[in-house]
Write a protein that binds this ligand. Structure first.
Ligand SMILES: CCc1ccc([C@H](C)CC(=O)N[C@@H]2O[C@H](CO)[C@@H](O)[C@H](O)[C@H]2O)cc1
Length: 809
């Protein structure tokens, strides 16, 4: 049942003015957008707080099973408009601001992105929070309250420069509520030995451990027009009063605060740093302790906790959870090992988000046992019992050896998450198949029943109703409003994809979005781009496997084509990049430098003119994605087949009418399945062709470089001085591609990519054909709603009961 707030514009204005006056002793007209944002946020808090209280009441009254989504990253971006939309008062508030003569857009832009994540994994976690509340399931988030989110990127002289993301500095988090009563202690370091606890039981005795206080801050997750409010709990660290003598100096206190100070900015390579391990354990232990405490308030037996609690491990970062849960059940509540293990494996489940080996965390046993002595003891016990049990079952010894948790002086966190849980899922069909066939094949052979696929999704409300309001109104015009409540109603658009008036409407919508982006580009980079050109967009983290460099090689090819034949008939293109590189990822930062220097070369070359423009937009983040994605004609999803687990920007581009340039990788394959071969542009090797090279070791980049003159010229452009001011970066790239044999097979996919891009130019010149493709992508994007993805998690992994208040069925 739809449950939106009954709020008139007048009532809103009264509430807002009252809150504003309480907060700001100044006139509305003199207020800054930030001051107006603060007052608006606090007015909204007053609206959802009663719902939040009622929600927690009803969940505990009904003893509802709750799923806890443990993630070291949550990337919600801005929350103002989502909160207003989900309360069903966005238009009312916009109208109120108009009547007050206030600029709503300026206030919306005053909100700092909540950027407590690196990329796909963190954004997916935030999406799942929205979808859990919107589908009405009892699903809560558990993470860290970083003072500094993902660094702010500035491009200085073409180079990436990282600046602290002082998101707290300006306003703190207006949406959070400190929950002192749920604070718990978390222990690190020290020594532990097992002492006699009577009746043949042993208990751990700790000496000179460091005890810290974990204090939770809850951020509400509002459901879409259903009155549901779930929790996102973010943990912060403080010094427990009773231990303050151990931290006499400011420096001592700073060292403690460092635990939650900053998000580690790597999104594919484990740092292996002590502080990172402490972050992972801190959020996990605090989360599990409070989960057990609130469960025990139900007065139910701890052995049966799995009937009321699910804990989901989002990649390896919270994978210490099964061992920590065992420590709590055994050490803190005296449970027997087998009963505790039975509960643990039924409570825990794990998602893998990458097959890149460097991303699967493996902690040295030395560091792990130093930071977490008791938990390490328990992991060794889990490992020994696993070996014994598998041996007893007569399992293949080599497989068991390959899957054990502690191997060659390392603790394999993925192994702990798999052995310690009942479910392992990949995030797209091809990715899950690769986990079964390759990355986790020994686990699949031993416990096939644990493996399942859950293809990622996106929050359609954010990427249409909020990021693309004009597109949304045009969809309303052609198929009515139902799609806003049930995205599957969007498929009705299939009936008008060849309707000339409809095509024209959607063409105009895209042109408007392109104009909005072109203004931002001119404002922030000084580059003027024509909206008559194809907006060809690649926005995602900078990583070699995502092959931004292949995109650059095609641009260089086009550059030479124009230089060779300036009068030639070219379909004008604007190439738009947005990408942050992990600060320690030198090669990625070199690619950013080369993109910027190539942009300078091309954008200032009168011979090239408007035929070609290249733009690198700095500080790519969620709120910038909301501006860029609806303005794209072409979505670049060109990773080497098998490397991109799923991708989620690909789904956002599809839903807002871009045509995808894709390899058969990740969810691109499922996008092709939904939209049809003829409405997407596929190129490049398949996963099997890639793996064939791995098996045969027959890939020879230098041969391709020597035998393909076009490729030869393009690659030489990196080192022959054509692109000024990046000699060293150019030769680093040359070496990666030729000398070190091109790890991600760009050279073999080059000609296929060039041919595919030529197809795009031809298709774009046939407006009817192009708009058919564009509208087919919108009409058939409904599969990729995270509402459906989260329903699958809830029903097939967490076994949550069907929601009472949920409306979206
Ligand atoms: C230890 C450092 C580290 C940090 C983050 C990660 C993440 C798993 C990287 C990530 O964000 N993976 C992306 O997850 C998305 C959501 O499932 C997928 O859509 C992307 O394909 C995948 O690259 C790995 C390693």
């Amino acid at each position: 049942m739809e449950q939106t707030m009954e709020l008139t514009t007048d009532q809103f204005i009264r509430d807002f003015e009252q809150t504003f006056n309480e907060q700001q002793q100044t006139l509305l007209q003199n207020a800054t957008p930030t001051e107006l944002f603060l007052a608006l946020a606090h007015t909204i808090r007053q609206y959802y707080t009663p719902m939040w209280l009622e929600r927690n009441e009803s969940l505990s009254a009904r003893q509802e099973k709750i799923a806890y989504y443990f993630s070291i990253e949550f990337l919600p971006g801005r929350m103002l408009e989502t909160n207003l939309l989900n309360l069903g008062i966005l238009d009312t508030v916009k109208e109120g601001f108009t009547q007050l003569g206030l600029d709503f857009t300026a206030v919306k832009n005053a909100e700092h992105d909540m950027a407590l994540g690196n990329g796909g994994l963190g954004r997916l976690a935030a999406a799942f929070m929205d979808s859990l509340a919107t589908t009405g399931y009892a699903g809560f988030g558990n993470g860290l309250r970083y003072k500094y989110g993902l660094f702010k990127q500035r491009i200085v002289d073409g180079y990436q420069v990282e600046l602290p993301d002082a998101w707290f500095g300006s306003l703190g988090n207006v949406w959070e509520t400190r929950k002192d009563h749920d604070a718990v202690n978390v222990r690190f370091f020290g020594n532990v030995y097992m002492a006699d606890a009577g009746e043949g039981k042993l208990k751990p005795v700790y000496s000179n451990a460091q005890v810290l206080r974990a204090v939770p801050y809850d951020v509400p997750q509002l459901g879409y027009k259903n009155g549901v409010v779930n929790n996102l709990r973010l943990w912060d660290v403080e010094i427990p009063e009773e231990y303050e003598l151990n931290y006499p100096t400011i420096a001592d206190r700073r060292r403690v605060e460092d635990i939650t100070a900053v998000l580690y900015p790597d999104d594919s390579t484990e740092e292996g740093k002590k502080l990172r391990l402490m972050q992972e354990y801190f959020m996990t232990s605090a989360g599990l302790q409070t989960i057990v405490k609130s469960y025990l308030k139900m007065g139910l037996p701890l052995e049966k906790i799995y009937e009321k609690v699910s804990v989901h491990i989002n990649d390896t970062h919270p994978a210490v959870a099964p061992a920590e849960f065992m420590r709590i059940l055994i050490d803190d509540y005296g449970m027997e090992w087998d009963a505790a293990w039975n509960a643990t494996t039924k409570v825990m489940s794990y998602t893998n988000h990458t097959i890149l080996s460097e991303a699967l965390e493996k902690w040295s046993t030395g560091l792990f046992s130093f930071v977490l002595p008791r938990v390490f003891q328990i992991i060794v016990e889990i490992d020994n019992r696993y070996m014994a049990q598998m041996g007893a079952q007569g399992a293949d010894y080599a497989r068991v050896e390959n899957t054990r948790i502690v191997r060659n002086g390392q603790v394999h966190m993925a192994h702990l998450a798999i052995i310690g849980g009942h479910s392992v899922n990949g995030v797209a069909q091809i990715h899950t198949e690769l986990l079964k066939e390759d990355t986790l094949r020994d686990f699949y052979a031993l416990t096939p029943e644990k493996f399942n696929n859950k293809t990622n999704g996106i929050v359609q409300r954010r990427w249409t109703q909020i990021a693309a309001p004009v597109l949304s109104q045009t969809i309303d015009k052609w198929i009515g409003f139902e799609w806003r409540n049930d995205i599957h109603a969007l498929r009705a658009l299939n009936d008008v994809v060849d309707n000339p008036r409809a095509q024209n409407d959607f063409w105009e919508v895209k042109q408007l979005a392109k104009k909005r982006l072109a203004d931002y580009i001119e404002e922030t980079t000084g580059v003027h781009v024509s909206t008559d050109a194809i907006f060809d967009v690649q926005v995602k983290r900078l990583h070699a496997y995502k092959r931004q460099l292949l995109n650059v090689m095609h641009i260089i090819k086009l550059y030479w084509d124009i230089k060779d034949n300036p009068e030639g008939d070219f379909t004008p293109r604007v190439f738009i990049f947005g990408a942050k590189a992990a600060p320690g990822y030198h090669f990625a930062k070199s690619i950013i430098k080369v993109i910027n220097e190539l942009a300078n070369l091309i954008n200032n070359d009168p011979e090239i003119g408007d035929k070609l423009k290249v733009v690198f937009l700095e500080n790519y983040r969620v709120s910038l994605a909301e501006l860029i994605i609806p303005a794209a004609n072409v979505s670049e999803q060109i990773s080497l087949a098998s490397k991109e687990a799923s991708g989620t920007s690909n789904m956002k581009f599809m839903m807002t009418g871009a045509v995808t340039m894709a390899t058969l990788d990740g969810a691109n394959i499922e996008i092709r399945d939904e939209v049809g071969e003829e409405n997407i542009v596929i190129f490049g090797m398949t996963k099997d062709e890639v793996y064939h090279h791995y098996e045969t070791h027959d890939y020879n980049a230098r041969y391709l470089y020597d035998t393909d003159p076009v490729l030869h010229r393009v690659i030489n452009t990196f080192v022959d001085g054509t692109i000024p001011r990046c000699q060293s970066e150019g030769s680093e790239i040359f070496d990666a591609l030729v000398t070190y044999n091109d790890e991600y097979f760009l050279l073999e996919d080059f000609q296929s990519y060039v041919a595919a891009q030529a197809r795009v130019s031809a298709l774009y010149r046939d407006r009817e054909r192009w708009m058919h493709m564009s509208m087919m992508n919108i009409a058939n994007s409904d599969k990729f709603t995270s509402d459906d993805t989260i329903r699958q998690y809830a029903e097939e992994i967490w076994h949550l009961s069907l929601p009472h208040a949920g409306r979206h069925r």
